[in-house]
Design a protein around this ligand. Structure first.
Ligand code: GDP
Length: 178
């Protein structure tokens, strides 16, 4: 099944977003196929009840958070040892969801990550988290700053709290399912 990886700085709201996606009615997780070092995998089985498919339609890969380490050259010490090899070599990786916080100024480590995907020409989607926390005006201003600094046109704002943007994100993910 195609894999969707979730990446973001610690505290960006990654766990909350994954829970919001998995908690919605459109998908069900049934098993955790494996745990490789610090990557957690969730298998998603489309449908419900007896219509539930035996084989997963999508796999979510929850990658470790980055950004706390005071390292300028790499976004974290785990980056060269297994995050980068995973992103570069994983054949079934269909999309990397890069999370950025819409409540704080653009972070250099996020720019680094996004530029990595642009350079490597690997499929990625930038998602702006915690969109419920600020007014519409402030959100629009912050989103414009994120787009400018990260040099990215398309950022999808979401809220794990209000579920705003979650159906739109699901739409993008469903397009990847076989
Ligand atoms: P992680 O470290 O990236 O997994 O981040 P968490 O999911 O643990 O979230 C970090 C903090 O942000 C927690 O206090 C969450 O309650 C809060 N948070 C996460 N998502 C949202 C959101 O969509 N809206 C609001 N208001 N708070 C959020």
């Amino acid at each position: 099944a195609p894999e969707v990886a979730f990446l973001g700085r610690s505290n960006v709201g990654k766990s909350s977003l994954i829970n919001a996606l998995l908690g919605s009615k459109e998908a069900h997780t049934s098993s955790t196929p494996g745990r490789t070092r610090a990557i957690n995998f969730f298998a998603l089985h489309e449908g419900s009840g007896n219509n539930k498919k035996a084989r997963p339609t999508l796999i979510f890969a929850d990658l470790p958070g980055y950004g706390y380490a005071k390292i300028s050259k790499s976004i974290s010490s785990e980056w060269p040892t297994f995050i980068e090899p995973y992103l570069a070599e994983r054949d079934q990786l269909a999309l990397a969801v890069c999370l950025v916080d819409t409540n704080i100024p653009p972070q250099p480590s996020d720019t680094q990550l996004i530029h990595y995907f642009q350079q490597m020409q690997r499929p990625y989607l930038v998602v702006g988290t915690k969109a419920d926390r600020v007014s519409k005006n402030v959100l629009n201003k912050n989103m414009a700053a994120l787009r400018k600094v990260h040099e990215i046109d398309d950022i999808l704002p979401v809220s794990a709290k209000t579920n705003d943007g979650i159906p739109q994100l699901w739409q993008r993910l469903h397009a990847l399912a076989e």
